[in-house]
Write a protein that binds this ligand. Structure first.
Ligand SMILES: *Cc1c(COP(=O)(O)O)cnc(C)c1O
Length: 355
């Protein structure tokens, strides 16, 4: 049976990414050795690193005064690396979900944290919009896409202080104006590659302003200086990410991804709104293009596990909602084809006709 991969992360990757990586694991760049068996300092792998950074910058239109580095540790390590490197006295955070909350919690270990706004009281179903960014804070941290709750900040907001964004689950899903950000980070495993590598885009001049000593492995300046080779980088996830970037560029880049993502999300939200069995959980204007959260309407809530079984039997994979929201979540990242969304819509309609 065909599987439709709606996993929230790690999640679907382009078939080319999987195929090309398998090939390199067998025989990397004609070396006769596996990608897993060669030095990260070999000229063949250095070429992979250089091309990955180059394509990453090209696709996102990253200005010259920014660096792009690849680290281990996941987005979760950035929750502490960001304040370690940037928080001298005070930082501001927008609390829009579980990950945003976790980021904020880590920052408290380094200084004063101002929560400018939170939607926690409404189980993070919307993005707060009325708030003031304190001009005397060292940076303002946002989570652009709330993977668990299915809300997304759709525009690049203006901030009087360096804007720091966790874009783990919506990087490369739409064009962004990088010049509006001081730092952008994310784990690869939603829209870029397999788990194990984290990307960080940094405006160089925001670094070097804190007085605390920083351990080398946690110091962005060291990783920038060493070209992500201060220690052994995650070579296989970086190689796979490069394959995704090539795929993305060939398809037309982030502009084309954005068009496709709007189309896919539009199709699914339209069905959720039309089908009397279901309703979306996120505020309509804040609905994520990447993670579509929905539940059964109250009068049908007893059918939840039955629908889950029905959908699973028809190949739908990874649609169980996160335990903090319940119901269902379909993650429809860049690599998910429109046909998969159409198949899910078809299953929802088929289930409706059965009632
Ligand atoms: C998945 C996710 C994380 C956690 O990433 P790890 O790489 O597992 O640390 C953080 N933030 C967001 C928005 C995510 O979607």
């Amino acid at each position: 049976m065909k599987k439709y991969n709606f996993n929230p992360g790690p999640s679907i990757l382009p078939q080319e990414t999987v195929d090309n990586t398998i090939q390199a694991i067998e025989n990397f760049a004609g070396t006769g050795l596996s990608l897993m068996e060669v030095s990260h300092r070999s000229k063949e792998f250095q070429a992979v690193m250089d091309e990955t950074v180059h394509l990453f910058k090209e696709i996102l239109n990253v200005p010259t005064e920014y660096s792009v580095i690849f680290l281990g540790g996941g987005a979760s390590l950035e929750f502490c690396m960001v304040p370690y490197n940037l928080l001298e006295k005070k930082a501001a955070y927008l609390n829009t979900g579980t990950w945003a909350n976790k980021a904020q919690k880590e920052a408290k270990l380094f200084g004063e944290v101002v929560e400018v706004a939170s939607s926690k009281e409404a189980n993070y179903t919307y993005i707060p919009k009325e708030y003031t960014i304190p001009a005397d804070a060292d940076y303002f941290h946002i989570t652009t896409n709330n993977t668990i709750f299915g809300t997304e900040i759709h525009t690049d907001i203006d901030s009087p202080i360096p804007l720091v964004a966790d874009m783990s689950s919506d990087i490369f899903s739409r064009p962004i104006d990088v010049s509006k950000y001081g730092l952008i980070y994310g784990g690869a495993q939603k829209n870029l590659g397999p788990a194990g590598v984290t990307f960080v885009i940094i405006k160089n001049d925001i670094l070097g302003k804190v007085s605390r000593p920083i351990p080398s492995m946690l110091d962005y300046r060291i990783h920038i200086k060493e070209g992500s080779m201060f220690n052994t980088p995650p070579v296989v996830p970086i190689y796979a990410s490069l394959q995704t970037l090539k795929w993305l560029k060939a398809l037309g880049g982030v502009k084309e991804m954005y068009r496709r993502n709007k189309e896919k999300a539009g199709l699914l939200y339209a069905e959720i709104d039309r089908n009397p069995l279901f309703r979306g959980t996120a505020a309509v204007e804040d609905r994520s293009l990447m993670n579509v959260c929905f539940v059964m309407n109250e009068e049908y809530s007893h059918l939840e596990s039955e629908f889950y079984k029905f959908a699973t039997e028809r190949g739908m994979t990874g649609i169980k909602g996160h335990r903090s929201v319940g119901g269902f979540r379909a993650s429809i990242y860049n690599a998910l084809p429109k046909e998969s969304v159409a198949a899910l819509v078809e299953v929802m309609q088929e289930f409706e006709r059965k009632q």
